[in-house]
Design a protein around this ligand. Structure first.
Ligand SMILES: Cc1cc2nc3c(=O)[nH]c(=O)nc-3n(C[C@H](O)[C@H](O)[C@H](O)COP(=O)(O)O)c2cc1C
Length: 236
């Protein structure tokens, strides 16, 4: 396989492209699109966004120490791009994108975007001045989810909301499901046991380092029964 070696750069894709809503203490609010974002801790739940200091939103986040990560969908793709190429210095992005300000349940200043299926309310804990971008490390103080995507058992079906990803300059929808958390190990359990492993079950860990197979494994039936709970935990 012939590979080219490139100079160092950012090449971790796909990413979410989220709309971050924020406000200053006088009540001026704004939205900017952010792809440099992610989860950094399960407990306490923590996330980050990296923002260039020259962004109009930067000082709002710094002043109020509040922002909301609003997940984006196919329906919101146009607004997501617009909020990433126009500045709140020049336009009212709420008005231009026909987005609705809603109340955060745990924040004083930053509003949520009502049209987003998930609003992740964040309170800044520290700011790391990394270089081009300053990273706002924040605690998640509440999450609002759209009840329209709840099934009859009260399970929130996030993947029915039409989430989009951002990869190498392009917005993409999420395509078809390839498996569920831990499926590679479950397949081995059900069918062929690895000869190389001497018939022993391979241990796998979820993102939290908890075994999902092996000593602490639960039966496939139990996995099925606990599916709702497991799915909620799967990405942590
Ligand atoms: C897909 C996409 C991702 C972006 N990601 C970031 C980011 O992670 N950090 C950042 O500072 N700007 C990012 N931007 C650029 C800002 O969203 C853009 O400069 C915006 O106009 C800033 O708005 P403001 O001046 O109203 O704050 C991104 C833009 C797009 C389109």
């Amino acid at each position: 396989m012939a590979k080219q070696t490139w100079k160092p750069g950012n090449m971790i894709y796909p990413l979410p492209a989220v709309m971050v809503s924020t406000a200053d203490k006088e009540g001026n609010s704004n939205i900017l699109t952010v792809a440099w974002t992610g989860t950094v801790c399960t407990n306490p739940p923590m996330a980050y966004i990296s923002v260039r200091p020259e962004r109009y939103s930067y000082h709002m986040i710094k002043e109020s120490t509040e922002f909301v990560i609003n997940l984006t969908t196919k329906q919101l793709a146009h607004a997501t791009d617009y909020c990433g190429v126009r500045s709140g210095r020049d336009v009212d992005k709420w008005k231009e994108c026909r987005l609705t300000k809603g109340s955060a349940s745990s924040l004083k200043y930053a509003p949520v975007i009502e049209e987003a299926p998930v609003n992740i309310e964040c309170k800044v804990k520290s700011i790391q001045e990394l270089g081009s971008h300053h990273m706002f490390l924040a605690e998640v103080t509440a999450v609002q989810v759209d009840e329209a995507y709840m099934d009859e058992n009260g399970k929130f079906d996030l993947n029915r909301t039409g989430l989009i990803a951002y990869s190498h300059g392009e917005y993409l929808d999420l395509g078809k499901k390839l498996g569920t958390f831990g499926y590679s190990v479950r397949k081995k359990q059900a069918g062929r046991k690895s000869k190389a492993a001497g018939g022993k079950k391979a241990d796998a860990q979820n993102a939290d380092g908890k075994k999902v197979n092996g000593k602490n494994a639960v039966s496939r039936k139990a996995v099925g029964r606990k599916r709702t709970k497991a799915r909620r935990k799967a990405d942590r």
